[in-house]
Design a protein around this ligand. Structure first.
Ligand SMILES: Cc1ncc(COP(=O)(O)O)c(C=O)c1O
Length: 447
């Protein structure tokens, strides 16, 4: 198709679509994606791009996966939808819940399914509030989350999200959501005194004591912050978080919407630190993005409280436990297992990080190259040694993003942080090209 055909489609798009993060100026030079194969995406002009963020961190098995298409088609032909409301179930949902009980953290054995990540977080907030009410502590309602966290954009998930740009047009935020600073090792003080990880975990305890432990229902955190900039915590952070939550009767809910199902080199990311949560929220990779499905797993103690409530738990979505979504999820998990992709993300992530470091490790404007598994970021800085940022007006991240697109790599940025999370099946040769393009684009903008 020609450039003018694409312009025509974009004009029709602008006449009739409102997009997530709607910004007509940015959209004018947008892509119309028409085809995908493996780690590659093709737009309406026939231009091919490496899908550097696996869609939106979700297309872990890559594009054009016939097995997932077959799983969806077979299930649609057998039973395309059935209510998952109490009194109804379906075999695929039962099988998926059994599978997740075996795969996720040992004390998590009961699952509620949603259509995506924000609904999973909304559900977690409501689980926490209902749990404490059922346990006779109705004032425990507050949710503590972290600055730079991303938990989705529905009202409560947006209120837990700690990136301020998501708030202004939609305020007031839901009351009872409190933010603490996250550990951000790149920005740690030079001489923190005690361990930086412990000091940042203690921010949680300070917030619980300030708010009053009797008012705090839960703490929610991504194990590795994704949208905020692929921020990997120090090893001692989450073990201490677990201790603090236990000491103050605060539920610990882990948002594994990006990190779940192998992205960081473990099936679930808190496994890196030997920590187990009270709840886990997941979405994205569970269906490799081929069907909108998410959910929450809850601890046996929480499940017991809901079982013993004596009245209905009035929380529900039409598409909870969607049989097609569950069938696609089962097949996705099977493929991740059969192809040993969790170990592969660990190896490929190290390979990509090495490649980026070899090409950019000594660049004066590269502040940090970091990652965990196949989830990486390059953070740019005016002064990489003193860790001084560029002014936002310089739009360094956006310019590097544009240069990368011109060279055939499509991903996302957060400010001056370039984010990478390609599909798990990305060949090493394509990872080499990713590292080349990021390095060439950096030099094109920053010399
Ligand atoms: C960690 C995390 N939680 C929640 C969400 C929201 O998921 P969804 O967009 O499916 O509502 C996202 C989306 O990127 C995410 O990265």
């Amino acid at each position: 198709m020609t450039a003018s055909h694409t312009l025509d489609m974009l004009a029709r798009d602008q006449a009739h679509l409102l997009h997530p993060l709607h910004d007509p100026a940015a959209h004018r030079s947008g892509h119309v994606w028409v085809h995908g194969e493996g780690a590659m995406l093709v737009d309406a002009q026939g231009r091919e791009y490496i899908d550097g963020l696996a869609g939106l961190w979700n297309v872990v098995l890559g594009h054009g996966c016939r097995e997932l298409a077959d799983a969806a088609r077979d299930q649609m032909a057998t039973l395309g939808f059935a209510s998952g409301y109490c009194g109804s179930s379906n075999p695929r949902a039962i099988e998926l819940a059994e599978r997740l009980a075996a795969l996720t953290y040992p004390g998590i054995n009961r699952f509620f399914f949603t259509s995506g990540g924000a609904e999973a977080n909304e559900t977690a907030f409501k689980v926490a509030r209902s749990y404490w009410k059922l346990r006779g502590r109705p004032d425990k309602t507050k949710v503590i989350s972290r600055q730079l966290a991303y938990h989705g954009t529905t009202m409560a998930a947006m209120s837990a999200t700690g990136i301020g740009a998501y708030w202004p047009l939609f305020e007031p935020r839901v009351p009872g959501f409190v933010h603490i600073p996250p550990p951000y090792p790149y920005r740690a003080p030079a001489a923190p005194g005690k361990s930086y990880g412990l000091a940042m975990a203690d921010e949680l305890e300070r917030a619980i004591l300030r708010e009053g432990a009797d008012t705090v229902a839960m703490f929610v955190a991504e194990p590795v912050m994704g949208v905020g900039g692929v921020i990997v915590p120090p090893d001692d952070y989450f073990p201490r978080v677990r201790e603090i939550c236990d000491a103050h009767d605060v539920l610990f809910a882990v948002d594994e919407v990006i990190t779940g199902f192998g992205r960081t080199g473990k099936w679930f990311a808190l496994e890196h630190w030997g920590v187990a949560p009270d709840m886990i929220q997941f979405a994205k990779a569970i269906t490799s993005g081929y069907f909108p499905l998410g959910g929450v797993g809850v601890s046996d103690g929480i499940a017991r409280a809901l079982d013993e409530a004596g009245s209905a738990w009035m929380h529900a979505y039409t598409y909870s436990a969607h049989p097609v979504g569950c069938a696609v999820a089962l097949r996705t998990i099977q493929i991740i297992e059969e192809r040993n992709l969790v170990a592969e993300t660990s190896r490929k992530g190290a390979y990509l990080l090495d490649g980026l470091r070899a090409r950019l490790g000594t660049h004066p404007h590269v502040g940090e190259i970091r990652g965990k598994g196949l989830m990486c970021a390059v953070e740019f800085a005016r002064d990489a040694v003193a860790r001084i940022d560029f002014a936002p007006e310089e739009r360094v991240g956006a310019r590097i993003h544009a240069e990368a697109q011109a060279r055939g790599l499509f991903s996302r940025i957060r400010g001056d942080v370039y984010l990478l999370a390609p599909p798990f099946i990305t060949p090493d040769s394509v990872l080499d090209r990713v590292a080349d393009i990021v390095a060439d684009s950096t030099r094109a903008v920053l010399g």
